[in-house]
Design a protein. Structure first.
Length: 252
């Protein structure tokens, strides 16, 4: 079942200093199947985040269309959860209240919201942090809260914009392993934006490489799951695929 269809997507901006239009995204078409994990990589300025913002409904496309489960995307909606690079948690709410926020906004009963929040916190190994506040957590823990807060709202697509870029390398590897474990258990549809080639190959079923606002190449990732760094870091297939993606990004 096709979950998300992007057809001939374009986005241009007017540059008042140059007096011309700048093309950020140029005729991108992409299909994401339900339950698929797709990573989008490419050099800075290639249009990765612009595409994600259009799928999220934060930016209107100049032309083309985005269809989610046979419905056109015309603006933001709860069927698309977004996880940003910044933690974006409500500092005045506890961890439990942060995760329960989405279900509460959908009008679900308080007891059901709390049950859902506790279920997702347990899934991410955060059950003991439920009554703490964001400033009492490490950066890695805060980002895990951000991920499960988005998932607790039961989105049809989870959009992730370099969510692990602001944490240290060791924490980042742990978060990547946690995300793959959660994805295997719940199978949400994920579009993941990253500059990190190794991260893209480690996480995804498919890697999409962008160049100058267009799709340069799509590569399947046939690596078995579950994926853990202790195994894959020395895996020949992982190294070869990462090298291939890196070469494409460097040539983009």
């Amino acid at each position: 079942m096709k979950n998300l269809v992007i057809r001939n997507l374009c986005k241009t901006y007017f540059d008042p200093y140059a007096g011309t239009h700048v093309t950020a995204v140029s005729d991108v078409s992409l299909t994401v199947e339900q339950g698929e994990f797709v990573a989008i990589v490419g050099p800075s300025g290639c249009g990765k985040t612009t595409i994600l913002n259009m799928v999220a409904g934060f930016l209107p496309p100049t032309s083309g269309e985005i269809i989610l489960n046979d419905r056109p995307v015309k603006g933001p909606g709860p069927e698309r959860g977004v996880v940003f690079q910044s933690f974006a948690l409500f500092p005045w709410k506890t961890v439990l209240e942060n995760v329960a926020f989405g279900p509460r906004m959908r009008g679900l009963p308080k007891a059901e919201c709390e049950k859902t929040a506790r279920e997702y916190l347990a899934l991410a190994g955060l059950a003991d942090a439920a009554d703490r506040y964001p400033n009492e957590l490490s950066g890695g823990m805060q980002q895990r809260v951000g991920v499960v807060r988005a998932l607790a709202n039961n989105p049809e697509v989870l959009l992730m914009d370099e969510p692990f870029a602001s944490v240290d390398a060791q924490t980042r590897m742990t978060l990547q392993e946690e995300l793959t474990r959660i994805w295997q258990e719940r199978r949400p549809t994920i579009i993941f934006i990253t500059h990190d080639v190794g991260e893209a190959v480690f996480l995804a079923n498919r890697v999409v490489v962008l160049s100058k606002g267009a799709v340069l190449k799509e590569l399947e990732v046939p690596l078995p799951r579950p994926r853990v760094w202790d195994v894959l870091i020395e895996d020949a297939a992982f190294k070869a695929l990462s090298a291939q993606v890196l070469q494409l990004v460097r040539s983009a």
